[in-house]
Design a protein. Structure first.
Length: 461
């Protein structure tokens, strides 16, 4: 509430350029305020020393309030850094998106190449941040430290959800303004808000991906601890990736996120194709005077319900296969190949999902803001300033090039929508759900040939 008061009363938005700055200040201030709060709670709520069962080896790890605070602080600061890096790669205020806009002058193909490269590059610093968080937290407090790091990253959740909700609200406001045929200046303002909303949504996804990775690792560790309490004929002193079955499933697990992303993206493409055909059908209808919807027919009205039905049915039907893949893969691995196969599957899936999710979310956000950058005429280059009805001589001279650049940006945004709105965010679920299923079915896996799996136990014994 204090940070919200800061954004609405102390430092409110006065012009378009202030939108992203005010939201960023709110996010940074929340993280800064959480650090002393976490330190106070750690010292007041925890004993001077406490023993933690180690998942790495027999025995325990000694925890202290200072160590607990360090783990949580690493998560808070790590989440903030991931958010700031995400903003850098997705906001048109900075170089990456502006380079992407310049690439649109060369066509849609170059725009897509640059956008995918931007997404891959945006993984570098977040992955180093997550790796540092995991190393420090695991070294200090074992699995408890990982859980605290995840808690620290989610400690700014209230502000994160506020910032994340900003984008859809602005986007819908722009759609309503266009449907209501408001003056162009209204749409310009909603576009500016939507551009900031795209960045804030990407920041929220960055927090979600980072925390999902830490939570998945904590659940993975809980799965190993649970197996130790059961009668399993497998060495559980540590996860050995040099075991043949573990290494084989490490590769299979790394492939699962790509399989999942392929299914979800193809589903979006199929649903979009059906929607296009329905819109074409409605546009081709003629009334008693021979007029269509586009030519001003008063008898034929757009059938919005039919389009909504196509979207809703597709979203439910097309999610069956991806859901079955995520839930079924650890069950198949544990049942037939044992818990060592599940170890490899979870490790590969976690490592692959994090990087694919970050790259897809950031590529999609950058493509969307690239389109807003060209449409909003934020560039001094007239060829990157799309105006529907050019008036000045400069605008008229650059109109053709500007239209081509805008068309390329629109095509990039069309590719980016399933990246940032479907496959990217859904990979968080892949990470967590596979670990949860493995934990829930730990006792069942241990009963399958003593944890070696029915097929592996039959072949190698």
């Amino acid at each position: 509430m204090l940070c919200s008061y800061m954004a609405t009363n102390i430092s409110p938005v006065k012009k378009q350029e202030d939108i992203e700055k005010v939201l960023k200040v709110q996010m940074v201030l929340t993280a800064v305020l959480m650090l002393p709060t976490t330190y106070f709670l750690a010292n007041k709520m925890l004993p001077e020393e406490f023993a933690l069962e180690s998942v790495r080896a027999k025995g325990s790890v000694i925890g202290t309030p200072g160590k607990a605070f360090a783990c949580a602080a690493m998560g808070t600061v790590g989440g903030l850094l991931i958010g700031l890096i995400t903003e850098y790669y997705t906001s048109h205020t900075y170089i990456p998106v502006r380079e992407l806009a310049t690439a649109c002058k060369s066509g849609a193909a170059v725009n897509v190449i640059f956008g995918m490269a931007l997404g891959y590059k945006s993984c570098i610093i977040p992955v180093f941040v997550l790796a540092s968080n995991i190393y420090v937290a695991f070294s200090l407090c074992d699995l408890y430290g990982i859980a605290l790091a995840a808690l620290g990253m989610l400690s700014t959740l209230a502000t994160g959800l506020t910032i994340d909700g900003f984008g859809p609200i602005s986007d819908n406001a722009g759609g309503i303004a266009e449907l209501a045929e408001f003056p162009p200046d209204v749409r310009d303002r909603t576009d500016a808000l939507d551009a900031a909303g795209n960045t804030t949504a990407a920041i929220g996804k960055g927090f979600a991906i980072g925390s999902a990775a830490l939570v998945s690792l904590a659940l993975y560790g809980a799965f190993v601890v649970r197996l130790k309490s059961l009668d399993v004929a497998v060495d559980l002193s540590g996860v050995n990736v040099l075991e043949p079955i573990t290494f084989a499933f490490l590769l299979i697990g790394s492939m699962i996120p790509y399989w999942f992303a392929a299914l979800t993206m193809k589903s979006v493409g199929k649903a979009a194709g059906e929607m296009v055909q329905e819109v074409k059908r409605q546009f081709s209808l003629t009334d008693s005077k021979g007029k269509t919807i586009l030519s001003g027919s008063t008898e034929i009205k757009p059938d919005y319900d039919r389009c909504i039905t196509i979207s809703t049915k597709s979203s439910l039907k097309e999610m069956i296969a991806p859901g079955a893949l995520v839930i079924g893969s650890p069950l198949v691995a544990g049942t037939f190949f044992g818990v060592e196969a599940v170890f490899g599957l979870l490790t590969g899936s976690l490592v692959s999902s994090v990087q694919l999710a970050i790259s897809m979310s950031n590529s999609g956000g950058a493509w969307d803001n690239c389109k807003k950058y060209i449409k909003g005429c934020f560039s001094e280059d007239p060829e990157l300033c799309y105006v529907k009805n050019p008036k000045t001589e400069v605008e008229k001279a650059a109109a053709g090039k500007a239209r081509e650049a805008h068309d390329a940006a629109v095509q990039g945004d069309t590719v980016g929508d399933p990246f940032k709105d479907t496959s990217g965010p859904a990979l968080n679920i892949v990470m967590k759900l596979q670990a949860i299923v493995s934990l829930v079915f730990a006792a069942y896996f241990s009963a399958c040939a003593g944890g070696k799996g029915f097929l592996a136990g039959y072949l190698f014994n």
